[in-house]
Design a binder for this molecule. Structure first.
Ligand code: ZN
Length: 149
């Protein structure tokens, strides 16, 4: 819930100045009801079209940056994920799997695994939450070995 609220907050913060820019561009468009009068205002319409294009690119870039940043945050504490590690290999794909990049939360909340190569567009990254007790995960291999005896 906190993760999605943070995303919504970032969208609102980015939308406020962009909406202000949209209002400013809207005021720049010359108001003329006569269709033939617009021929003399061609340069103003061209500038307004360029401003609208720039505003569209700015909005698309802001949305891309927000989503890019959000995908690389911890789902629990919203900290940027760190320590990306490449796993797998194309040469040993059958043994180790496809190459992936794993990033972890510095506070141990989880691991994000995403494909290194996005062939068919962005695939969803896999978030694996960790248990709160780190000793449980550290002692699990020894516990399994002890049960075999
Ligand atoms: Zn975290």
């Amino acid at each position: 819930m906190r993760y999605w609220a943070y995303l919504a907050g970032k969208l609102v913060v980015a939308a406020a100045p962009l909406y202000g820019l949209l209002c400013w561009v809207g005021k720049q468009i010359p108001a003329s009801k006569d269709p033939y009068a617009q021929l003399g205002l061609g340069m103003q319409f061209l500038l307004c079209d360029l401003e609208l294009l720039g505003l569209f690119l700015l909005c698309a870039g802001a949305l891309y940056a927000i989503v890019w940043d959000q995908r690389r945050r911890c789902r629990v504490c919203l900290t940027r994920l760190r320590m990306p590690v490449e796993t797998g290999s194309w040469g040993h794909m059958l043994q180790l799997g496809r190459p992936r990049i794993e990033s972890i939360c510095p506070y141990g909340h989880g691991t994000l695994k995403e494909d290194e190569l996005q062939i068919l567009g962005l695939t969803n990254a896999e978030w694996t939450p960790h248990s709160d007790d780190i000793w449980d995960e550290l002692c699990a291999p020894g516990r399994d070995a002890g049960q075999d005896k």
